[in-house]
Design a protein around this ligand. Structure first.
Ligand code: ATP
Length: 233
């Protein structure tokens, strides 16, 4: 579905990503893990065409590189940004409506029902201002807003950031449900335990390069990954 080869990107003259190869197949949950500053967010920005990039970036056979962010978005590539980026002085329902702002079909009402079924807490709080909700509820709202755009590939950036483990577990369960509904997921995470608990395959990024990749079961038993990311020797 998403095929990246030899991708380089950065900010102005500052290179951040070096020769990234990555593939996400339809129906997978793939995770990109790595410590703070490794370049994970930059990769998502390059995929969703927010920053310039060089190399090969294919989504279902379409070359994404010439596209603007709207072009990637309308083809079903939807990002749930780090820090949630909600409209705090708008209600939950208004935030969700924003996710559907480009849709011209008549199934938006149905999408609301589906999203509220996935996130019953949001249904209860649909008239509450997003800015007054807990961090976990805000993350749910950001993910729900992404789903309102009918993504084919959902790019989720640091879903677990700042949240209690019990909330992270709930969100991970929801990601599994999202996949069951036919949405493919690329999850970028500093929390390697969380990422490995839901992903089929994962990539490990260090200073802008992919240094390991494979099935999660293999990566978990890789001594270098264990030592660097899983806290064992
Ligand atoms: P984090 O989870 O902390 O966001 P990350 O792995 O997502 O980490 P990036 O945010 O992609 O890392 O940052 C990678 C590198 O790019 C860092 O060295 C960072 O300082 C730099 N960088 C990020 N955003 C910008 C920007 N807007 N302008 C210039 N440099 C940036």
């Amino acid at each position: 579905m998403l095929k990246i080869a030899g991708l380089n990107a950065g900010y102005g003259a500052v290179p951040v990503l070096f020769d990234i190869d990555l593939e996400v197949r339809r129906g997978e949950i793939v995770s990109m893990v790595g410590s703070n500053g490794a370049g994970k967010t930059t990769l998502l920005r390059a995929i969703s065409r927010v920053i310039p990039a060089r190399g090969s970036l294919q989504f279902d056979g379409t070359d994404l590189l010439p596209l603007a962010p709207e072009g990637a978005f309308t083809r079903g590539l939807v990002q749930v940004p780090e820090g949630r980026q909600l409209f705090g002085n708008m209600t939950v329902e208004e935030n969700l409506q924003m996710g559907a702002y480009r849709r011209r079909d008549d199934r938006v009402g149905q999408s609301f029902e589906q999203v509220y079924a996935l996130f019953p807490k949001l249904a209860e709080r649909r008239r509450q201002l997003a800015g007054n909700m807990s961090g976990g509820e805000q993350q749910m709202c950001a993910m729900a807003r992404g789903l309102m755009a009918e993504p084919r590939l959902l790019l989720v950036d640091e879903m677990s950031l700042g949240l209690a483990p019990v909330i992270v577990d709930q969100l991970l369960e929801i990601l599994i449900d999202i996949r069951k509904q036919g949405v493919t997921v690329l999850l970028v995470e500093q929390d390697v335990f969380a990422a490995f608990s839901v992903a089929d395959r994962a990539y490990v990024m260090e200073t802008g390069r992919v240094v390991r990749e494979g099935a999660v079961a293999e990566l978990k038993s890789d001594p270098a990954v264990q030592e660097a990311y899983l806290g064992s020797i």
